[in-house]
Design a protein around this ligand. Structure first.
Ligand code: AR6
Length: 231
């Protein structure tokens, strides 16, 4: 159980292990902030084998496009490891572009345990999904469907049966989902990115002109979906 003492413990923990703050650092304690917050993984850069240099440019470009349209809402790029190359690249590029680090930052942790394990409250999390919106398959998709429980599967099917690469669907989470009750997540946004892995469906065969277009569309759909929740 969390008393008042554990909050400061979490904040310390977060600033030490979790939040990788930009140069200049955030003005406040990120864990003591109740602004609407979207936590998202880097779409397509692991199982789907999308180039991380190109992906990091697109993430920063799309964050710049949306971050100031979202009022006081925050965007947080999450990955599992402090050694994450995509987090380092995005941090460096976001810092170069002087993106407000109160509104966009990176965070190391499991996206299904941000509140309980990292002290970061995110009311919305994004999933790098597959086109059939099926659980399993590894990566962040397997983790989110597993943590979300059967009610996430049911709620997902109510919204969509499948998704094209470059599109997203917003799924309101039932209160019966552990992600809701334990983590305070009210919505999951499934996003399907471009696939460069020849062993997965709809492989783009290294066509990065198509791939970059689809990845931009994926982030646009994700951030627009989040905007509909925030408004
Ligand atoms: N918490 C935070 N980030 C994570 C987690 C987690 N629990 N797990 C993975 N990541 P990936 P893709 C990071 O492969 O490349 C699935 O099987 C990971 O380090 O999950 O879009 C789907 O069903 C990486 O930075 O997604 C699709 O078929 C990022 O999440 C396919 O993989 C995305 O890695 C999608 O591949």
């Amino acid at each position: 159980s969390k008393g008042t003492g554990s909050l400061s413990e979490n904040s310390r923990k977060e600033s030490k292990e979790g939040a990788e703050l930009f140069v200049g650092s955030v003005g406040g304690d990120v864990s003591l902030n109740n602004s609407p917050t979207l936590a998202f993984p880097s779409i397509s850069t692991a199982d789907f084998q999308f180039d991380i240099e190109k992906a990091s440019d697109i993430i920063v470009e799309k964050v710049i496009e949306f971050v100031n349209k979202l009022g006081n809402a925050r965007l947080v790029l999450v990955d599992l490891s402090h050694k994450s190359k995509i987090l380092s690249l995005v941090r460096a590029k976001a810092s170069e572009k002087n993106i407000d680090s109160n509104k966009f930052f990176t965070f190391v942790g499991d996206i299904t345990k941000l509140h309980s394990g990292g002290g970061l409250h995110c009311n919305v999390i994004a999933n790098a999904a597959n086109w059939r919106l099926k659980p399993g398959g590894g990566g962040v998709n397997a983790a989110i469907f597993s943590a979300g429980g059967p009610s996430l599967e049911v709620a997902t099917k109510e919204q969509a049966q499948s998704l094209y690469p470059g599109s997203a669907v917003v799924v309101p989470l039932p209160a019966t989902s552990p992600l809701f009750s334990r983590e305070g997540v009210t919505h999951v946004i499934h996003v399907v990115g471009p696939n460069m892995n020849p062993h997965r469906p709809n492989c783009l065969n290294n066509d990065y002109s198509k791939g970059c277009k689809v990845l931009r569309e994926a982030y646009t759909s994700l951030f627009e979906g989040f905007a509909t929740i925030v408004r």
